[in-house]
Write a protein that binds this ligand. Structure first.
Ligand SMILES: CC(C)(COP(=O)(O)OP(=O)(O)OC[C@H]1O[C@@H](n2cnc3c(N)ncnc32)[C@H](O)[C@@H]1OP(=O)(O)O)[C@@H](O)C(=O)NCCC(=O)NCCS
Length: 211
């Protein structure tokens, strides 16, 4: 997979799309990558995802330290999108950039490089925006500005916002469901995604994208 060098004010980074799990294992984790879990536990989780058949972990490294990542995998089976039977729905489960390197478009470059591989063109990739994952303290942003930041970031690589009756999203205007429908995603995968957006009784079973 083609890697890329990125010049930053703090030196040159190497960006690696869908990095090999063994390589991730040899890197140390930036100690400030701790939004989702303590860094050592997140490191283990990333190695596991990268080693799994359906996983992809793209990373940015500075020398031997991992400073940013984006992790893709099949949605967990207890989540509604995880009940997809086509096997074509994936999830951008987490993206994190160490605080000292934020606002320099590193997250965007990492996502761009991942999608440029073409690996996700025949898939639907979802991203669930949950406010309980937002780094409001570190960013100094309001909850809605943070959602807006994420929407812009994901939209820059082809994601759109979709309505859903998922109570964890519908009940919270701070949250959102976004998805990127690959250019060659089979119709059955796309239809499965639309069906799974609405599963609550009394709600439509399918629909078109919309705010
Ligand atoms: C969300 C996150 C990954 C973004 O990383 P990043 O490298 O700073 O993002 P980028 O620099 O590519 O910026 C993406 C957009 O957000 C904007 N942005 C980034 N930081 C911002 C800030 N503090 N204030 C306002 N806008 C900001 C950028 O200007 C850019 O918008 P633009 O393209 O219109 O200029 C990073 O803030 C992070 O790790 N947050 C904690 C984890 C998290 O929230 N993950 C997402 C949920 S899984």
């Amino acid at each position: 997979m083609e890697t890329r060098k990125l010049e930053t004010q703090q030196g040159v980074l190497e960006l690696v799309p869908c990095c090999d799990s063994g390589r991730i294992n040899t890197l140390s984790m930036d100690p400030d990558l701790r939004i989702f879990r303590p860094p050592d536990r997140q490191h283990q989780a990333l190695v596991k995802i990268a080693a799994s058949e359906d996983g992809c972990v793209s990373i940015a490294r500075s020398e031997n330290q991992l400073v940013a990542y984006a992790a893709f995998h099949r949605p967990d089976s207890f989540e509604r999108m995880g009940t997809d039977t086509t096997g074509g729905i994936y999830e951008l489960g987490a993206v994190e950039v160490t605080p000292a390197r934020r606002s320099g478009h590193l997250a965007r470059r990492l996502l761009e490089l991942t999608f440029e591989t073409g690996l996700f063109e025949d898939r639907v990739v979802i991203a669930t925006l949950y406010y309980w994952h937002y780094d409001l303290e570190g960013s100094g942003l309001s909850i809605y500005r943070y959602r807006n930041l994420l929407e812009r970031l994901y939209a820059s690589v082809g994601f759109s916002v979709f309505t859903t009756d998922d109570p964890e999203i519908r009940g919270y205007p701070e949250n959102a469901l976004m998805a990127r429908i690959g250019a060659s995603a089979p119709q059955e995968v796309v239809q499965s995604f639309h069906n799974l957006r609405f599963t609550e009784k009394g709600m439509p079973m399918s629909g078109s994208p919309g705010q």
